[in-house]
Design a protein around this ligand. Structure first.
Ligand SMILES: Nc1nc2c(c(=O)[nH]1)N[C@@H](CN(C=O)c1ccc(C(=O)N[C@@H](CCC(=O)O)C(=O)O)cc1)CN2
Length: 299
């Protein structure tokens, strides 16, 4: 094949979003033949399974699977998703088929920069399989951190009176930048019910407590008042019910009576950054499946 053709085929691959690496995630009622049905679909097309995990939620009578596979030639994820529809129908599966293209992130922050800093570091290391398209904040404090990393920073101020316009602007930015996932990296404003519905399954928040303990504002003050000996952080999908969304990852750190709320928040930053970055990475690798009000994480 001439160089011109190779270049053209590379352009075609780019343009049609063709790929050779895919992840299938699927959920359905437990029944005989699911794994065989998926394996037959893949092997009959010459596709090679690289990783397969499944979880049988006996209580709910549901099975969740995650299968990573490669194809001998570049093909379109959309075409493959349509091709798989017959198998999905046979088992009444909800499913998603993703190629290896990076997940496009919009990161929302307020004044605390530790989670953004950790995400930027892991992104630069290539650990996230994500593109950070932009950072949005209701304050100017973290502009330099974002722009210093070459990421556009958009200041969207918000008050109780301007919340509707601010959220409309956010939705504009999500559409304009073709965003796949919104990450609330210590963004300290409550999203409206309507916005959380629009972002269902596509927005992850880090709450600075070991949920379900200490929901809402000032969790470290709540923890200090309770005299806790462990503090924690929880990364969860965002829902209208504040800090009640399906939990993806948690981290804990031992503390004691000598820690005032300020000390708790300082030592808690590590737990927050670790939990959020892991949750974002696993979401970007299609390792997190919703299971009612919980999640299945194929780590
Ligand atoms: N709809 C949702 N919005 C947000 C969630 C969520 O789970 N659902 N998580 C929060 C983050 N958060 C804790 O992690 C949090 C942030 C802010 C507050 C709060 O009460 N803030 C203000 C009020 C702000 C407002 O009215 O918008 C306050 O301190 O009084 C509580 C929890 C992000 N958003």
């Amino acid at each position: 094949m001439s160089v011109q053709n190779l270049t053209t085929s590379a352009e075609a691959v780019q343009e049609e979003n063709l790929d050779t690496e895919f992840v299938l995630t699927a959920s359905c009622l437990d029944q005989v033949g699911i794994v065989a049905g998926v394996a037959d679909f893949l092997s009959s097309r010459g596709f090679n399974i690289k990783e397969h995990q499944q979880f049988d939620n006996r209580g709910a009578g549901k099975v969740h699977i995650r299968t990573a596979f490669t194809t001998p030639e570049p093909i379109s994820a959309k075409a493959l998703e349509a091709d798989f529809a017959a198998v999905a129908q046979r088992f009444d599966m909800s499913y998603q088929l993703r190629g290896s293209q990076p997940t496009r992130l919009l990161i929302m922050v307020s004044k605390g920069g530790h989670c953004l800093n950790d995400l930027l570091f892991r992104w630069r290391q290539g650990e996230l399989n994500a593109e950070i398209a932009l950072v949005v904040s209701n304050h100017e404090d973290l502009r330099q951190m974002a722009e210093g990393a070459g990421i556009p920073f958009v200041h969207v101020p918000i008050t109780k009176d301007t919340k509707e316009q601010a959220e409309a602007k956010l939705l504009e930015l999500i559409d304009e930048h073709d965003i796949d996932l919104v990450v609330l990296a210590r963004y300290m404003q409550i999203l409206s019910d309507e916005l959380t519905r629009k972002l269902e399954g596509r927005a992850i928040n880090i709450h600075h407590s070991f949920l379900p303990g200490f929901k809402g504002a000032r969790p470290y003050h709540q923890a200090h008042d309770r005299g806790v000996k462990m503090i924690g952080a929880t990364a969860h999908y965002v829902t209208a019910d504040l800090d009640e969304g399906p939990i993806i990852e948690q981290e804990v750190i031992r503390v004691d009576h000598t820690y005032d709320p300020r000390a708790l928040s300082q030592v808690g930053r590590t737990a927050e950054s670790q939990a959020l970055s892991r949750a974002v990475q696993w979401h970007c690798e299609s390792r997190v499946l919703l299971d009612g009000t919980s999640t299945v994480v194929f780590r």
